[in-house]
Design a protein around this ligand. Structure first.
Ligand code: ADP
Length: 535
């Protein structure tokens, strides 16, 4: 036995399970009177945030919730959502945040599959939650944040009043214990329940705070849904930094601009469509602001023109990539010396890459899924982006087959097709299911979209495969024009693409109109594919 293995044991003094619950107890001790949460006219200090979380933990414990139990929540970005992110893990229980756009049937599936004992539900969703819980034995707690019908046994504030503000704050016995259960959108079939643990949540929050430069002075605006991978773990990262959370029930440009101006927002996140929404907001809702606002975008590939326009409006864009399975962000397009000297278009093209692994992820690589060998870093050879490290999920709940498949060969398979550039930066070309194969050639839908976005009249674009007798598949574009833009014809969009792309990559059909989106602002390509298939 090595000398270093003798009488140098782990003990409570030198080994504590990593859990983001610790971030709140620390912030409340150091900054008890600092504003932790802003919600409309309401303000909660860090002391109050902790006290309310302990009351909630106590009330849940009295309702029979304990270690390993599931507590579900369906709410927009409100203080209650933040409190649940600390109260539930404090009990060793698991938080299951439900996508607020789901229908009763999908909610019912999640509540049953997750075996949730309690569901906290904002009254806004009473009409879907009511039927969802009708035949499920579950305690329903109504969150009456904005008025509406109560459907449960108790209202959140009275539930809290019944809780003990001195309830012990427990850390998990083991940091590998589950903290969250997040169902992926599951565009076909039932969604999969992604299980994440305390250690991963702690580390991913650290990585976020570090890469996004959060500090006690940070004012973070909640434009990203907290139900989406726990708000990419910013629910914990902002508290870790001792910054201020600014809640927002609705992602609307007028509300966003006024929050930025009134609260001095310094940081926010959102899918590229949220950025587009701000870029195209009417001047009547825009507000001037003095600070530079850092905005992290991801969830879908941001076209470089969107980055350029945001920078011109006074935002500094950070590009993140990740999945529910990786606690949200797992790669970041990190800045390099010299980039500032590049023209803005080139800088934005660089920023549109997904980048390098975040500090707490061990590795992000582009592999051949058949051989698990790395693809050459030539910026051209496509393979599957794979991840490994401490910020990758535990697996899918009650679905060992899907878990084994996702982890085959020692890596997490993302299902995204990417190239590795010689400088070690990853660039995604498509989701495996979105790539278009025309006459045996791969066409990256993102590459075609990037070109269409550069057309001066275009606000949004999505390109999908349309079945074709001769070529197998051919690209079809769906385009939304800018408000007030001059009429553009199908032929003009096609001609624009032919000027900037190899001809086989150009769409042969263009359809104009609004694009279908998911609640997290992703364009629903499966829906567009069906429309393209229907002709
Ligand atoms: P789902 O959309 O299936 O609910 P996620 O929200 O976990 O699941 O989405 C993860 C997927 O989103 C990734 O696999 C990838 O295809 C896409 N994605 C996320 N961030 C980016 C990005 N920065 N660039 C391109 N694609 C992205």
């Amino acid at each position: 036995m090595s000398i270093f293995e003798q009488n140098l044991d782990r003990r409570p003094a030198n080994h504590v399970p990593l859990s983001p619950v610790s971030f709140l107890t620390r912030a409340a001790r150091i900054y008890p009177n600092r504003v932790a949460v802003i919600h409309g006219e309401r303000r909660f200090t860090y002391a109050a945030f902790l006290e309310r979380s302990r009351r909630l933990a106590s009330a849940l414990a009295r309702a029979g919730v304990g270690k390993g139990d599931t507590v579900a929540i369906m709410a927009p970005n409100t203080p209650q959502m933040l409190e649940a992110h600390y109260a539930v893990p404090m009990l060793g229980a698991v938080l299951c945040s439900i996508n607020i756009r789901l229908d009763a049937e999908a909610i019912g599936f999640i509540l049953r599959h997750s075996e949730a004992k309690v569901v906290l539900t904002d009254t806004e969703f009473a009409s879907v939650m009511g039927p969802a819980v009708a035949d499920i034995p579950i305690l329903v707690v109504d969150i009456d944040d904005a008025g509406g019908t109560w459907i449960g046994a108790v209202e959140y504030e009275s539930f809290l009043e019944g809780g003990d503000p001195g309830h012990p704050v427990l850390l998990p016995d083991d940091e590998w214990q589950a903290i969250g259960l997040n169902y992926t959108s599951g565009t076909t079939g039932n969604p999969k329940g992604v299980v994440v643990h305390h250690r991963g949540a702690y580390l991913n929050a650290c990585a976020n705070a570090l890469t996004f430069g959060l500090s006690p002075q940070s004012v973070y605006l909640w434009t990203l849904p907290m139900f989406h991978c726990n708000g990419w773990t910013y629910t914990w990262a902002v508290t870790l930094a001792g910054g201020t959370h600014v809640c927002l029930r609705r992602v609307e440009p007028a509300l966003i601009f006024s929050a930025i101006a009134e609260h001095g927002v310094t940081h926010m996140c959102g899918a590229p469509v949220v950025l587009s929404m701000l870029i195209h907001a009417p001047s009547s809702v825009r507000r001037a602001f003095d600070q530079t606002v850092k905005i992290a975008t991801g969830g879908a590939a941001p076209p470089s023109t969107v980055i350029t326009q945001m920078e011109a409006m006074g935002f500094a864009v950070t590009h993140l990539y990740g999945l529910t399975e990786s606690y949200g962000p797992s790669t970041v397009c990190l800045w390099q010396p010299g980039l500032d000297d590049l023209p803005i278009a080139e800088k934005s093209a660089f920023m549109a890459r997904q980048g390098v692994n975040t500090p707490m992820l061990e590795e992000a690589a582009v592999l051949n899924p058949a051989t698990m060998q790395k693809m050459p870093a030539d910026g051209a050879t496509m393979g599957e982006l794979m991840l490994r490290g401490n910020t990758v999920m535990k697996g899918y709940l009650k679905n060992p087959a899907a878990t084994e498949e996702a982890f085959a060969g020692g890596w997490f398979h993302t299902g995204d097709l990417a190239v590795m550039h010689p400088d070690g930066y990853v660039e995604i070309k498509d989701r495996a299911k979105d790539i278009i194969i025309s006459g045996g050639e791969n066409i990256s839908s993102l590459e075609v979209e990037e070109v269409i976005y550069k057309h001066p009249s275009v606000m949004e674009a999505a390109v999908v495969a349309r079945p074709d007798e001769k070529w197998g598949e051919t690209p079809q574009a769906f385009v939304t024009l800018k408000p007030g833009a001059a009429e553009v014809t199908e032929a003009e969009i096609i001609a624009w693409c032919r000027q900037h792309l190899a001809h086989y990559k150009c769409p042969r059909f263009v359809t104009f109109g609004p694009l279908p989106k998911t609640s997290t602002g992703k364009i629903q390509k499966f829906d567009l594919r069906e429309r393209a298939r229907a002709g």
